[in-house]
Design a protein around this ligand. Structure first.
Ligand SMILES: Cc1ncc(COP(=O)(O)O)c(C=O)c1O
Length: 415
């Protein structure tokens, strides 16, 4: 994509799809830089969901009546659309809807991990895993007697790939790695890690919560066995997450939850399961949310994921450079470029990240403070918390300026 194409991106037009960006608090327009936590929802997504509730709200899979048929088709089609968006050629047979990325991690950890892991097996994580992956695999390993190893993060905020090669051995059963770190912004070489895992007959689970919203992702090119992400971080609704899995692996797995809508045959003695993905989706699923996620994918594709990525890179570089120019700001993670996603975590000397965020809030600048669900990584960085500004396609340079200018207030207050 040329620089011209990126410049051509009509951010002002895009912003009109997000009325919440006009929101004022105490007379100030909100500057929303908390997109890694959740993105805003554009009108076409809200419209698609309200159209569902207005015109064809019904439960799926069960009804012969017209509304249920329409709802079922929409729900099922959403699986195909999301699968296509991430390059899963098997369509719905490789795309399970869950509640969020966290549930997608748990689904595989319980369904596969509890039965397949045991003493002598190893699960390889990285020091930059989100708790969604770290806590889940840590606890499943405890229950099964497997060991957990962590690939080191080096001083530049990248994975130490030599250490990855040492950690992943023939004892490794699962490698679970975050694609784009929600704290450091690092874009990890997941395809290379998949090759290493497969050389040792291990599976690789990729946490794509920060990747799918911000760049083109092709699960088949990566050769991921499992790949997870959340609707609410990609201009879709809350309450829906996605789990890609290779068709033959999902086919062989036992379900994680049980109930109605997932079965083929039930007797008083036993039950058999329906096809993938339905066998992993018991009970009434997130139907309106699936309709909304379908619309979100359409929306993002209309912009083009290359443009979304390039816009993220442009904004991140701008924010990084502005913050790096301040002597009292410490930034974590790699320098801007293709190896950094659209967020910047930092600390202002002498000001706790929570205080900083609260002062920024007085300026209606919304960022996040805390450990961002990466406590062990913060321990390693030697800080209890950091402030994180994260950008999306509708953000502007002026909003980043507002953030940097508001830092002055924090300095004055804590001087
Ligand atoms: C990298 C990463 N993984 C997993 C998650 C968990 O996502 P969710 O809360 O939607 O389950 C997040 C959310 O912040 C994340 O950034």
């Amino acid at each position: 994509m040329s620089q011209q194409d990126v410049e051509d991106l009509d951010v002002e037009r895009i912003r009109t799809d997000f009325p919440i960006l006009e929101r004022e608090v105490d007379g100030k327009q909100v500057v929303y830089l908390d997109n890694a936590a959740t993105t805003h929802t554009p009108e076409p997504v809200v419209e698609a969901m309200s159209d569902y509730y207005r015109r064809y709200n019904a439960n799926v899979h069960r009804g012969i009546h017209h509304l249920s048929q329409e709802a079922s088709v929409a729900y099922e089609d959403a699986h195909d659309r999301v699968a296509e968006f991430v390059g899963a050629s098997g369509g719905r047979e490789e795309m399970v809807f869950t509640k969020n990325t966290t549930e997608s991690e748990n689904l595989i950890a319980y369904s596969w991990g509890l039965s397949e892991l045991g003493p002598g097996d190893e699960v390889v994580l990285t020091e930059m895993e989100h708790h969604a992956s770290l806590v889940t695999w840590q606890q499943i390993a405890k229950r099964t007697g497997a060991d957990v190893k962590y690939v080191r993060v080096d001083e530049t905020g990248r994975l130490d790939m030599d250490h990855a090669r040492e950690c992943i051995t023939d004892d490794t059963a699962m490698v679970s790695v975050v694609h784009v770190s929600n704290t450091l912004g690092t874009v990890n070489p997941v395809s290379e890690l998949a090759d290493i895992a497969h050389d040792h007959d291990a599976y690789i689970f990729v946490d794509g919560a920060q990747a799918v919203p911000t760049r083109p992702v092709d699960v088949e090119k990566i050769d991921a066995d499992f790949y997870a992400f959340s609707g609410h971080k990609m201009v879709g609704p809350t309450g829906i997450g996605c789990l890609y899995g290779k068709a033959d692996i999902l086919e062989a797995l036992e379900p994680y939850h049980y109930g109605g809508g997932m079965i083929r045959k039930v007797t008083f003695e036993d039950s058999t399961w329906g096809d993938v993905p339905w066998k992993f989706e018991p009970g009434t699923p997130p139907i309106a949310e699936a309709v909304g996620l379908h619309a979100a994918v359409d929306y993002l594709e209309e912009i083009g994921m290359e443009r979304v990525r390039d816009r993220e890179e442009t904004l991140t570089e701008y924010a990084y450079d502005r913050l790096a120019a301040e002597d009292d700001v410490e930034i974590y993670g790699p320098e801007p470029g293709p190896e950094r996603g659209g967020l910047v975590s930092f600390n202002l000397e002498g000001v706790h990240a929570h205080d900083l965020t609260s002062i920024l809030n007085d300026h209606a600048v919304a960022i996040r403070a805390g450990d961002h669900c990466t406590q062990p990584l913060h321990d390693k960085l030697g800080v209890a918390a950091s402030a994180r500004a994260s950008f999306y396609v509708y953000n502007t340079r002026e909003e980043i300026d507002a953030l940097v200018e508001a830092l002055e207030d924090a300095r004055t207050l804590f001087a």
